[in-house]
Design a protein around this ligand. Sequence first.
Ligand code: SAH
Ligand code: SF4
Ligand code: F3S
Length: 470
Amino acid sequence: MTGKTSVISQDQLNIQKAFCDKIAAIWQKEVFEPTAYVETYGCQQNEADSEKIRGMLIASGYIITGSPEGADVVVMNTCAIREHAEQRVFGNLGALSHTKRRHPRQKIFLCGCMAGEEAVVSRIKNSYPHVDGVFSTHHLWRFPELLHRVLTQKKRVFFVEDEAGSIAEGIPQARDNTLKAWVSIMYGCNNFCTYCIVPYVRGRERSRRPEDILQECREVIADGAREITLLGQNVNSYGKDLDMDIDFSDLLQQIAAIPGDFLIRFMTSHPRDAGKKLFDTMASEPKIAKQLHLPFQSGSSRVLKAMNRHYDREKYLSLVEYAKSVMPDLVLTSDVIVGFPGETEEEFEETLSLIEKVRYDSLFTFIFSPRIGTPAAKMEDPTPKEEKNRRFDKLCNLQNAISEEIHSSYVGKTFRCLVDGKDKDLLTARTEGGRLVRFEGDDSLIGSFTQLTIIGSGTWSLTGIQKKDG
Ligand code: SAH
Ligand code: SF4
Ligand code: F3S
């Protein structure tokens, strides 16, 4: 039994399964093989959700295609994190009115984080009549029911009521990549960073039961996964809502104990909740990648307070110092926001100095984007756009130089890498730290670990050769 977290019952999920069967029966009767296209925006959480949407579509008789043109179902799984992300979705959604005109039986759905915003839902209702259905992340598990209603009742359906959130286990999942698997360990977020829309559109933090997570990990490993990435908005608070004594480090240890040759990654860690126990666990367990994505957002303690991040510059730096002391080869990456409302030039300089001090392998860099309904959107923001752009460019130039320097220090070293694909004529692989390496090799290597010696480097990637006895 879970504590505060509500779980969707097996009966309810069986009803959804019955809707899949009913839809499949419609197509069988018509002797028609319908096709479906799912487009994903945003983070890995959405990628993982799209795998479930594809799973439910396949269970309903659909064949997944790579383009919206001619598809019988199109699902846009959207991201609301910044305004730019939303504009792209609206642009692409507008274009779908043409694909639908060419293929009138096409059914179009919008889901994901934008479907959790009231303003978006009204805009779709009023200005995008070609969208047949909308469902927020809380209602993802009810997609078969929604699809069935749209197909049989010939009217638009909206599953968008706001909810604190629940957990649905056992939704069919069509994984994109059997070698590298996403496994969600928790959903939602309780942190309410003042700039961020995620808690509003994904609901409260809720952890999956460890036995369900372990079972999924065993399954993906049996299916050939060599890398598992555990997902959550703040993985370090895993387990707090469960009625049992388990934290994220305990979960990591239990997953690492599963037999097999695989690597565990996870994201995202929050500096408020990450600590010595996590870093000691990472250091002592060979199956956990020595890679940490630890967003800092700003180098200024005043800005961090205004962001409601619950740590200051000193705490962040001491965390990094400890992590590096127990894992000398740790690869660190992070997220940073430039131009938070009221950020002064001096505060921006503090962000630059933190980057110089920590020396990240790479950074995800963002310019503050006001999101309606969040506290930061109402804060006074006197800094002109041009000034924010200047700060952004300066920060990116600094980080690019650091990435290049760190990457060039890899030259001559040998790393155990997972060969994960092919890009043009070269194979691609990832170091344990997650760095991209391209090298010449036989396609049969894809899916295995191999030793690569680095012979060249750039800002974004490395080149390597296979070590002869590797
Ligand atoms: N849960 C993760 C981050 C999820 S969102 C964490 O707490 O670290 C990914 C990144 O998008 C954030 O780390 C932040 O850097 C950026 N971001 C979120 N909201 C933003 C906004 N309104 N404007 C600009 N960047 C934003
Ligand atoms: Fe957003 Fe903060 Fe939650 Fe991350 S921790 S999802 S930035 S509110
Ligand atoms: Fe975007 Fe939602 Fe992820 S807003 S970043 S898709 S949690």
